[in-house]
Design a protein around this ligand. Structure first.
Ligand code: SF4
Length: 373
């Protein structure tokens, strides 16, 4: 999940502690003795009256499930789209990014734990309507909105309302997510989503159980659905943690799954772990491990494998798989003009998968030069 913090704007316009917004949630069922069953994610929390679910922002208030973070964020930022990371989705664009608090996973290595582990909604900003969020994104000349930093699944009602408003303005919607969502809820959430980066944290059930308090299979199911049954542009990130998910055999199984069950054309980002949260006693991922992972992925047929969170020139650029020339040159978050004509390599006209047609890129015809400065 992309880390927060680049060019933060409008952070915490809160002037005094505010209670939760108690927006009535979707995806729940009443149970006996006033309990409610949340059906948004595969955790299926059964929540007694007055209590909250694992993710902390969905609460049982008077026998109804509410989303207490609706309309409020931990602050907004304008990020390069490459930071999500999305490398085949309007490269070089700016994306208006925000998250809330809480998470439906319990990753011991969370890199945004200062948001995902916060339990008190009084630390969120003042209330913003969906239209206000979209206007802020428009004013900052962003192509759209990224729901990120903590997992957007848990505040799906707000995501959907903003995403609908963004679509009405011709803007794009991007999710950065763990993919832990029920089939019942994903259909509606992804109906308004243009691109997603899904964290595939490991290919071992034991890793998901021990280090994230969740399960692998629902994530794989989401990925299959996204790639084969939706129109959402999909990229995948795997954070490689020394000693936990960096064995050659696991990387072989993970990349074979993507290549064989999803597509060799999916951009795959291997990202370096840095000691954080409850895993401070681990070492950072060596560059050699990331290069090994990339080599295994390429051996299994993956065409677009990138390295992130690390200083290296390897695995940064997009290379045409036909003529092997660089079509997108990147230096950290700086991107040269793609050597492409729409979705085609400029040199050999081989198609490059993704969304590159800048004529479709929203807002661009309304560029306000001052807003760019
Ligand atoms: S979304 Fe939150 S409350 Fe609902 S099942 Fe998942 S963790 Fe529990």
């Amino acid at each position: 999940m992309g880390q927060a913090g680049w060019r933060v704007i409008n952070v915490r316009k809160r002037v005094k502690p505010m209670p939760g917004t108690n927006h009535e949630a979707r995806w729940w069922e009443p149970q006996e003795k006033g309990r409610v069953l949340c059906t948004l994610c595969p955790r299926f929390c059964s929540i007694p009256p007055g209590s909250k679910g694992f993710c902390t922002i969905r609460r049982n208030v008077g026998g109804k499930l509410v989303n207490t973070a609706y309309g409020r964020s931990t602050g907004f930022a304008v990020d390069p789209i490459e930071k999500k990371p999305l490398y085949h989705f309007y490269p070089g664009s700016r994306i208006f990014s925000f998250g809330t608090i809480g998470c439906n996973l319990g990753c011991k290595f969370c890199q945004n734990w200062h948001m995902s582990k916060v339990q008190d909604v009084q630390y969120l900003s003042q209330f913003y309507t969906p239209e206000e969020v979209v206007q802020l994104a428009f004013d900052k000349n962003c192509i759209g909105i990224a729901y990120t930093y903590n997992d957007p699944v848990i505040f799906a009602e707000w995501v959907i309302d903003i995403a609908k408003a963004a679509r009405r303005r011709g803007m794009k919607n991007v999710l950065v997510t763990n993919g832990y969502i029920t089939p019942e809820a994903r259909e509606e959430l992804y109906r308004y989503t243009d691109a997603v980066n899904v964290d595939l944290k490991s290919f071992a059930e034991n890793f998901y159980t021990k280090l994230t308090f969740s399960e692998l299979e629902p994530v794989l199911d989401t990925l299959r659905w996204l790639v084969h049954q939706s129109e959402v542009w999909t990229e995948i990130t795997t954070l490689i943690i020394p000693g936990e998910n960096d064995s050659s055999s696991e990387l072989d199984r993970l990349t074979k799954f993507i290549a064989q069950e999803l597509s060799v054309n999916i951009p795959l980002h291997f990202s370096a772990f840095h000691p954080d949260f409850k895993m401070m006693d681990y070492s950072a991922t060596p560059l050699s491990t990331l290069k090994k992972a990339r080599s295994i992925a390429q051996k299994n047929g993956m065409r677009y494998v990138y390295l992130g969170n690390v200083l290296t020139s390897e695995g940064q650029n997009t290379v045409c798989p036909n003529c092997h020339r660089t079509v997108i040159n990147r230096d950290a978050y700086f991107v040269d003009e793609p050597e492409m004509v729409d979705n085609l390599c400029r040199f050999c006209h081989h198609p490059i998968p993704g969304r590159f047609n800048m004529e479709e890129k929203p807002v661009i015809q309304n560029v306000n030069k001052q807003a760019l400065s």
